[in-house]
Design a protein around this ligand. Structure first.
Ligand SMILES: *Cc1c(COP(=O)(O)O)cnc(C)c1O
Length: 374
């Protein structure tokens, strides 16, 4: 895989730091653009998958993303406040759609039910830009097939009354991670059907969007007018078929180092016992900072170009590293994960060690970890 070269910052000391690498986001958008002529919506929910929503959004838009996507209207407003001017869609409204806030910030909203759309059509003070969200197999949100006609009829009336303007039709793929176009075919057919119904109702041809990262990377039949890419921006391909560029690096300084004899138990429960005389270095990051406690004995970190294992249980605020015969002084920087390759673990490595997906690693880094941008 070609790597974006960003020299690791070596610091003699310093707090645990999660550094975001916008150049990697840029490269990932370029890789996506090479695979689809469709408009790219950069999805930056959950603080840009832990990388900083504004930082990721700016890099993605500069690289050619034409839209932004968030979960909530509040997240969308924060992007507007930071000066991002491209269209933004928000798709989850736990306490109902705040039409006023959405219109004031120029934010589009997805409506996934007759009730949700009905509230807008009844009460909206000015025209709300909506995307009709149809369920294409997720059963997680989106209007069920049996109510599409009702939803579209209501949209038609709402548009006539200038309460709403239908600017998009949205679905979501439940099986795209399989990287098998046949698995997506029913959802693609559903979207086509919804598009036809919208057109037949005189609502024109609003932009249709169905694919997230996996669909975008593995199945061009899902691209339609726009693709919604989140994980791919920060270097995660959930289909596991395309190498993307990791967009963050987590470093922590060694707090102190101790020499211990063979047979020394380490950490809670004494789960790890040194099999030879060794040096143990403490890093000030633990499960409260997002280091998964359930990680396997294979877990490790990089120090000065070499991989060393995490010794024993992950504590709330600390981990212990067994550096064997080598003694690193306090202040030496360790890389917990990064895109560098070699001895540096990747986010994917940590996901494997913890039996989870890379998303939970990058979104799980805690608030005590300092943020920086390369
Ligand atoms: C999170 C999300 C996306 C982006 O998914 P990725 O796999 O991270 O690219 C797209 N659409 C919806 C509705 C989402 O919730």
């Amino acid at each position: 895989m070609n790597r974006v070269s960003v020299a690791p910052q070596r610091r003699a000391s310093g707090a645990p730091t999660l550094q975001t690498l916008p150049v990697a986001v840029t490269a990932n958008v370029a890789r996506i653009r090479a695979r689809t002529p469709s408009t790219i919506m950069a999805v930056v929910k959950a603080d840009g998958y832990g990388h900083g929503a504004v930082t990721v959004a700016r890099a993605a838009v500069a690289a050619g993303a034409g839209w932004l996507g968030t979960t909530s209207v509040a997240e969308a407003r924060a992007l507007r406040a930071a000066g991002l001017a491209v269209p933004i869609l928000a798709w989850l409204h736990p306490s109902g759609i705040d039409a006023e806030a959405a219109v004031a910030a120029g934010v589009d909203v997805a409506v996934g039910s007759v009730d949700e759309l009905g509230a807008l059509v009844a009460h909206a003070a000015s025209t709300v830009r909506v995307h009709l969200h149809v369920d294409t197999g997720m059963s997680r949100g989106g209007c069920r097939r049996r109510q599409w006609d009702e939803l579209i009829g209501l949209a038609q009336r709402g548009q006539r009354a200038r309460r709403v303007r239908v600017v998009g039709v949205m679905g979501h793929l439940p099986l795209a991670d399989r990287a098998d176009p046949a698995a997506n075919a029913p959802a693609v057919a559903g979207m086509r059907e919804a598009q036809r119904a919208v057109r037949a109702a005189g609502l024109g041809s609003p932009v249709a969007h169905l694919a997230a990262t996996s669909g975008t990377l593995t199945d061009s039949a899902t691209h339609l007018g726009m693709v919604r890419v989140g994980a791919g921006l920060v270097g995660i391909d959930p289909s596991g078929t395309v190498a993307m560029h990791g967009a963050s690096r987590l470093t922590a300084p060694i707090v102190h180092t101790t020499a211990v004899p063979a047979g020394t138990p380490v950490g809670y429960g004494g789960a790890y016992v040194t099999d030879r005389a060794a040096h143990l270095s403490v890093l000030p990051v633990g499960y409260a900072d997002g280091i998964p406690r359930e990680c396997s004995p294979q877990a490790g970190v990089e120090i000065r170009g070499r991989r060393f294992p995490v010794a024993g249980r992950v504590s709330m605020d600390q981990i212990v590293i067994d550096t064997g015969a080598l003694c690193f002084p306090a202040g030496t920087s360790a890389t917990v994960f990064g895109p560098d390759g070699g001895a540096v673990p990747s986010v994917q490595d940590w996901a494997r060690w913890a039996g989870t997906i890379p998303h939970t690693i990058v979104t799980g880094i805690g608030p005590r970890v300092r943020r920086s941008t390369a």
